[in-house]
Design a protein around this ligand. Structure first.
Ligand code: NAP
Length: 235
């Protein structure tokens, strides 16, 4: 599917990977791009074709209202984390934090359930999982379980959604506002987090956004996961 003149809805389009994606969508000729999150005012880009909307992916009533307002459209993307994810060893972790990490899955389930009704039949969906889903490391049990559930969710609904296509992008360590660290602490964090990867650096939001655009444009893929991970899976 060509981006030209397409109407695209991006949950999480206000930061990091989602924000990089809306920039590529606008550059690629999309006619209308909705960037949606709980606090969309952090987006400083002013463009006629960019519409900022406020919604929480965990709030089904507000999603229903929003999709009614948007009407028919071509592409549904969600990069929304949904909430906080627990990090740390399983045996001592806070179980509430572990359970809450699954908000990512419920957010994706909500946007797909309410969003595909107005999605055109030749349209497609792109969601985001993460490398720990298939290559966990110590301390990543919550992220790994959630990512695994998201990947299983996408495979499970692919046949039901057809002819609408749905694909996943699976990033490794990506330098985005998800990490609040600044200066040297930030540099050290990404250096340490990627030291065992084949490509020893954090990826950029733009590198992941390019894969999202690929999944939109390539009409011969559905139900698949594309790794953008600097070799995390093999390291
Ligand atoms: N960065 C990485 O290293 C990395 C690695 C693997 C996977 N990922 C995945 O990639 C995706 C994007 O991550 P990112 O790094 O771009 O993160 P980010 O910069 O923190 O962006 C997350 C976006 O999700 C929105 N959001 C979060 N909860 C929401 C909710 N309940 N309802 C609506 N919007 C919500 C946020 O906006 P508001 O706060 O305004 O709602 C924000 O726009 C996530 O699914 C993440 O798990 C990231």
């Amino acid at each position: 599917m060509k981006l030209n003149n397409k109407k695209v809805v991006v949950f999480g389009g206000t930061s990091g990977i989602g924000l990089a994606t809306i920039k590529l969508l606008l550059k690629g000729g999309a006619s209308k791009v909705y960037a949606i999150s709980r606090n969309p005012n952090k987006v400083k880009i002013k463009k006629k074709k960019l519409i900022l909307e406020t919604a929480d992916v965990l709030d089904e009533a507000s999603l229903k209202k929003l999709f009614k307002k948007i009407g028919n459209y071509d592409v549904l993307i969600s990069t929304a984390t949904g909430g906080e994810r627990a990090i740390g060893p399983f045996l001592t972790m806070n179980m509430r934090g572990y359970r809450d990490s699954f908000d990512k899955l419920w957010g994706y389930a909500n946007v797909v359930r309410h969003g595909v009704k107005k999605l055109k039949k030749n349209g497609n969906v792109v969601l985001v999982s993460g490398s720990p889903a298939r290559r966990p490391k110590p301390g990543f049990v919550a992220i790994s379980s959630t990512g695994g559930a998201v990947e299983a969710f996408v495979r499970a609904i692919t046949l039901e959604l057809a002819p609408v296509r749905i694909n996943l992008i699976s990033p490794g360590v990506i330098d985005t506002p998800m990490s609040p660290l600044k200066g040297k602490a930030r540099k050290d964090f990404y250096k340490n987090a990627t030291k065992e990867n084949i490509i020893k650096r954090a990826g950029t939001a733009d590198e992941v956004a390019k894969a999202i655009i690929f999944a939109i444009e390539n009409e011969f893929i559905t139900g698949t996961t594309i790794d953008i991970d600097g070799g995390w899976i093999l390291s």
